[in-house]
Design a protein around this ligand. Structure first.
Ligand code: NAD
Length: 251
């Protein structure tokens, strides 16, 4: 129970990596606010948390909407009295050749993947400074542009995740003196709805050949690292980018 008495706020918690993170944080004793644009999915996750004896709160929250974020953070503090851990997980992707990528799709991706992380971090940090303790954990991707690997048809996604890594470092520098750390996880390919078309497509065997672990990742592979970053034990880590990719980048 490494997170007893802590309150965690997870975005995009209704399914995939966010769901696994919410469940794992609750298993470690945190009270978990599971938020998602799709309210019924985070209600389901909170049902799972409560069935396992944990404490949770489900809130609808679109991370591209500042008013909804402020409202959700206020409800968190009203319910649990504090906020200690933010996991900026919500994200979207789509596949579009650069010559066909519309301004609208670019803006939608940036608003959810990058602006959303800024807005959530700002709103959460305003609560964390009151206790001079906080953990902000952002989710980027190995395809953020700094790992020497890039994929076609995702320029908007790649740019948004590059922004997330840069934002993480900026937050770490500004908030460290107030007891708040900020780190970013860069997953490889993880078994979720987001990667279903890749995992069920012809490229899977070729892809697995490039991953030394010989398998795609599970959402729990990310959730375990989130628990560590959320705990007291990670106190001397901030501004770090951590790759979880089964060894892909070493090949
Ligand atoms: P997913 O599509 O399975 O789940 C994403 C969740 O985010 C869904 O519950 C969805 O409803 C929610 N969401 C979407 N738009 C939202 C919004 N505007 N506000 C709030 N919630 C919203 O995706 P996933 O694979 O679990 O991805 C989670 C994070 O991990 C994303 O940031 C993604 O970019 C990142 N990531 C995933 C992989 C992978 O292989 N799956 C790899 C690298 C990075």
């Amino acid at each position: 129970m490494r997170l007893e008495n802590k309150v965690a706020f997870v975005t995009g918690a209704g399914m995939g990596i966010g769901r696994a993170i919410a469940l794992k944080l609750a298993q470690e004793g945190a009270k978990v606010v599971a938020t998602d644009i799709a309210e019924e999915t985070c209600r389901g996750v909170v049902g799972e948390i409560e069935s396992a004896g944990g404490t949770g709160l489900a809130l609808q929250c679109d991370v591209s909407n500042g008013a909804q974020i402020d409202n959700a953070i206020q409800k968190t503090v009203a319910e649990f009295g504090r906020l200690d851990i933010l996991v900026n997980n919500a994200g979207i992707t789509s596949f579009k050749p650069i010559l066909e990528l519309s301004e609208e799709e670019w803006d939608r991706t940036m608003n959810i993947n990058l602006k959303g992380q800024f807005l959530c971090a700002q709103a959460a940090a305003k609560q964390m400074v009151k206790n001079e303790w906080g953990r902000i954990i952002n989710i980027a991707s190995i395809s953020y542009g700094g790992c020497g690997i890039a994929f076609p048809q995702v320029a908007h996604y790649t740019a948004s995740k590059g922004g997330v890594v840069a934002l993480t470092q900026a937050l770490a520098v500004e908030l460290s003196s107030q007891g708040i750390t900020c780190n970013v996880i860069c997953p490889g390919i993880i078994d979720t709805e987001m990667t279903k078309s890749i995992r069920e497509g012809d490229q899977l065997q070729q892809l697995l050949g490039r991953i030394p672990k010989g398998r795609t990742g599970r959402p729990e592979d990310i959730a375990h690292l989130v628990v560590y970053l959320a705990s007291e034990q990670s106190d001397y880590m901030t501004g770090a980018s951590l790759v979880v990719d089964g060894g892909w980048l070493t090949t």
